[in-house]
Structures are given as C-alpha cells and as structure tokens.
Design a protein around this ligand. Structure first.
Ligand code: NAG
Ligand code: NAG
Ligand code: NAG
Ligand code: NAG
Ligand code: NAG
Ligand code: NAG
Length: 246
C-alpha cells in the first residue's frame, strides 16, 4: 500500500479510516462463493473463494465420523479441458495429491480419482482414503462442479488442498496444465472448522477475523455478520463526514 508523503493529514486519516472499514467488512462481503447456489439445492456449512484460478470450495466437515463433503467450482482452461481438486496427505504440492478430476466426456461431465505420483502422465486410480458420492456437473456458463464426500484423518484440524485447471483431455487422461504463477500457486491450507450448523451465531460487535481468513459460514451467522459490518461501515462514514464536513 503506497502512502504519499505529500498528502494532507486529513485525507490520510480518511484513507486510513476507509482501509480499516474495508478490512472489517471484506471477510463477509467480498466472497463470491456465498452467492453460488447449486441446482441440486445442496448446501454446505462453509465456503471459500480460493486465491487463484477463479475457483471456489464449499464444504461441510463432520468431526464425529471424520467426513468431509465438498463442492468444488471452477472453469477448465478451455471448454474441452479439466478441473481438479485434491487433498495432499503427505505434502503441500502436486506430488502425492489425491485428486478428483472432472471433465466433459461425450458432452457429459464425469469425475474420476487419481493418485498423482508424477508431473508427467496421470492414471486413474483409487485414492488413499475412502470417497463416496462423486458427481460432476456442467453449468451453463462453462464451469464444472465436483461434488463428493471423503474420509479424512481422525481429528484432522487442517488439510493441504491443491486445485488446478487444464485445457486438454486425451484418451480419457487429463493433459498437463500450464505452469503460470496462478497455476503454481494453486495450493492452500483448508482449516476444518467444526460445524455449528444450527446454532444461531450472535455477533454483536464487528467480529474478529476468523482463523481461516477467507472462509465463511454459508448460512446462519452469515447475513447477520454482514449487516453488522455494513451498519458499522455506514456509521463510520457518517462519523467521517461529520468530522470533515461540519
Ligand atoms: C458459473 O455459474 C455458477 C452457477 O451456475 C457460478 O457459481 C459460477 O461462479 C459461475 N462461474 C463463472 C466463471 O462465472
Ligand atoms: C430447488 O429448490 C427450488 C426452490 O425451492 C425448487 O423449485 C427446485 O425444484 C429444487 N430443485 C431440486 C433439484 O430439488
Ligand atoms: C455426523 O456424523 C454422525 C455419524 O455418522 C451423524 O450421527 C451426525 O448426524 C453427523 N452430523 C451432521 C451435522 O451431519
Ligand atoms: C458420516 O456422516 C455423514 C453425515 O451424516 C454421512 O453422510 C456419511 O455417510 C458418514 N460417513 C461415514 C464414513 O460414516
Ligand atoms: C456418446 O453418447 C451418445 C448418446 O448418448 C452415444 O450414442 C454414443 O455411443 C456415445 N459415444 C461414445 C464414444 O461413448
Ligand atoms: C500410467 O500408465 C501408463 C501405461 O500403463 C504407464 O506407462 C505410466 O508410467 C503410468 N504413469 C504413472 C504416473 O504411473
């Protein structure tokens, strides 16, 4: 953030105030994923706008039986390409990833599992953990969605997630993706927050940033957090106006 030394102190204060407001409202307001509604009417406890490749993860974690249920939304690099979401139980990158990869085959979206052992070819195979309910769906705007559930390590608190998009599938095999910065950076930690599905979450004051800064509950507390932060924002703007224009 560049700060110009020549700017007057009053505008610096206003800019600083605005920055503070933006930081306070951004976790609740800026997420695209909260507006994504699934045709199947499936719902999830949390969602996150992943930091690269215009990708989104919706998820519910059930700590009682260590199961994670997800919907991953992304657009292939080309219409005939593929999208992938993976957990890497052994490292942070692509190698070792236990991947769900979706693409269109004969105009129908399909999803398959791959144990990624090399940067070269990938072969369909079972994953190192149990999966069920894997379904792929194509949307009218060219995105693909992967739905599925999987068993995660007992008492896991976070997972290494990896995602990717590619442009080509040949003989049922996803071909190499690009290695641009946005492709290489497509990995992150997924924090498994315990589901608080039905308890209403009161948030009387501007809430502190959640531990995983970009994820947000999809229902319950969401709208109240948003409106609290928004009213705080407008109160702050009124305050700024009162200070500088009266
Ligand atoms: C495509 O549409 C889905 C809903 O059908 C939406 O969630 C997604 O964000 C859209 N993707 C893009 C790239 O606009
Ligand atoms: C999803 O919900 C809408 C509105 O409640 C309903 O009209 C539609 O039939 C539902 N779709 C499915 C697949 O259940
Ligand atoms: C979590 O899994 C347990 C065991 O299968 C089940 O009894 C419980 O209802 C599940 N919780 C949710 C929120 O789905
Ligand atoms: C765990 O609980 C979820 C939600 O109740 C259920 O859908 C799933 O089948 C359960 N998984 C296992 C492995 O028991
Ligand atoms: C593609 O789908 C059509 C219609 O479902 C079917 O007749 C055809 O055999 C399929 N082609 C391949 C290569 O699977
Ligand atoms: C995938 O299978 C092909 C043909 O069976 C084999 O040549 C190749 O080495 C395999 N690739 C990996 C990464 O296992």
């Amino acid at each position: 953030m560049a700060s110009s030394s020549s700017s007057s102190s009053s505008s610096s204060v206003a800019v600083l105030g605005l920055c503070v407001c933006l930081v306070l409202i951004s976790p609740a307001v800026s997420l695209t994923c909260t507006s994504q509604i699934f045709k199947s009417n499936r719902t999830f406890d949390q969602c996150v706008d992943l930091p690269t490749l215009d990708s989104y993860l919706h998820y519910s974690y059930n700590a009682t039986n260590s199961s994670l249920s997800i919907a991953f939304v992304a657009s292939p690099a080309k219409p005939e390409g593929w999208i992938a979401w993976a957990i890497n139980p052994t490292g942070a990158g692509m190698i070792g990833s236990q991947a769900l990869i979706a693409y269109k085959s004969n105009h129908t979206a399909v999803v398959k599992t791959y144990d990624i052992t090399s940067y070269g070819s990938v072969n369909e195979s079972k994953l190192s953990f149990e999966t069920w309910g894997l379904i792929a769906e194509a949307t009218s705007n060219g995105s693909l969605i992967i739905y599925g559930s999987m068993k995660v390590a007992e008492k896991a608190e976070k997972l290494n997630q990896v995602w990717q998009v590619g442009s080509e599938v040949q003989d049922g095999k996803p071909r190499k993706h690009a290695f641009l910065p946005q492709n290489v950076k497509a990995k992150d930690t997924l924090v498994l927050e315990k589901a608080t599905a039905t308890s209403p979450s009161p948030s009387p004051s501007p809430s502190p940033s959640p531990s995983h800064s970009t994820s947000t509950p999809e229902k319950g507390g969401q709208s109240s957090i948003k409106s609290n932060n928004l009213s705080f924002f407008f109160a702050f703007i009124l305050f700024i106006s009162a200070v500088f224009f009266s």
